[in-house]
Design a protein around this ligand. Sequence first.
Ligand code: SAH
Ligand code: SF4
Length: 358
Amino acid sequence: MKKNILDFTKDELEEEISPKFRAKQIYQWIYQKYVDNFDNMSNLPKELRIKLKENYEIYIPKILKVEKSIDGSKKYLFELKDGHTVESVLLPMKKEERDENGDIIRHTRFTVCVSSQIGCKVGCAFCLTAKGGFIRNLTAGEIVSQVLAIKKDNDIASNRRVNIVYMGMGEPLDNLDNVAKAVKIFSDENGLSISPRRQTISTSGLAPKIKKLGEKKLGVLLAISLHAVDDKLREELMPINKAYNIESIIQAVKEFPIDLRKRVMFEYLIIKNVNDDLKSAKKLVKLLNGIKAKVNLILFNPYPGSQFDRPDIETVNRFQKYLLEKGVLCTVRESKGLDISAACGQLKEIEVKSGNTV
Ligand code: SAH
Ligand code: SF4
């Protein structure tokens, strides 16, 4: 069977192909010129192209469906080789900055929210991805090609850097080896050139894996899905807390190497009448004491059949105000793509009958 060339870091490709500099050229063709077949790699010798064609493929998943939200975000449904599907979301964020003359310049920053698994084993009570169970890990190439396909589909210039958040389907640290590989492939300067500092890995708190991720010294940013400040409630919402409680997560975060200019993000999903009170906010402040943290409040996004309710914005604002008053950096996450079910926790696998698109 042919190997997917997108699964290889440049170092690995240099081991496979000689002379080594050809790996760099292949990377440029695929990730910077968006070329998806070896025949068009015109600066490679013909024999090499033949050899490549015999042994490798450039496998980019098929786009089955694109849904555009009124807020500009787009949800992609991809079909993988084995017929399973994953979703990814393109989030354009408008930024305003002043140039040296003080004039306002507006530009759009793109963030791609990628999936790391088909389904998820963690089984959080509030998450739609969890409902379908776990199917399999994605390979590094399957993670990377979500971004490649989206950049291509939107004509995003190859030198336009995007941000990556590993916040789609799946628990990235449960697929650590492939995610770590994807981080490296994304950041290669002959490829997409997305610095690890623009890549955020979000985890439900697999404490030993946070440690392992830290040991890899990739330089990525870390986000922790905390969502509750006492173990009893957290266990109800996130069964993984029975294995790794809040204390063990906080300890792992304290040991995690992070760029001095950056902060660890704590995601706090606010669910109406569950964890939205100021007593929880107070406990949260205490918990984060001594950590360079920022809190990102997420409003629960409902889906058909969900057992929880979305909080009112006033409750969320009150929670945020309390944290800010106590000196904790805190933002409220804009729910992008709510109208197309592309918001946090709303991504899921879709059954594709062969030959039919959804
Ligand atoms: N598995 C990882 C990353 C994917 S989920 C993790 O849990 O961190 C990305 C974020 O969406 C997490 O913070 C998750 O808790 C949150 N989320 C899950 N379901 C949600 C829902 N229904 N509404 C809002 N956020 C949700
Ligand atoms: Fe998995 Fe994250 Fe959903 Fe929990 S919130 S089930 S860890 S994807």
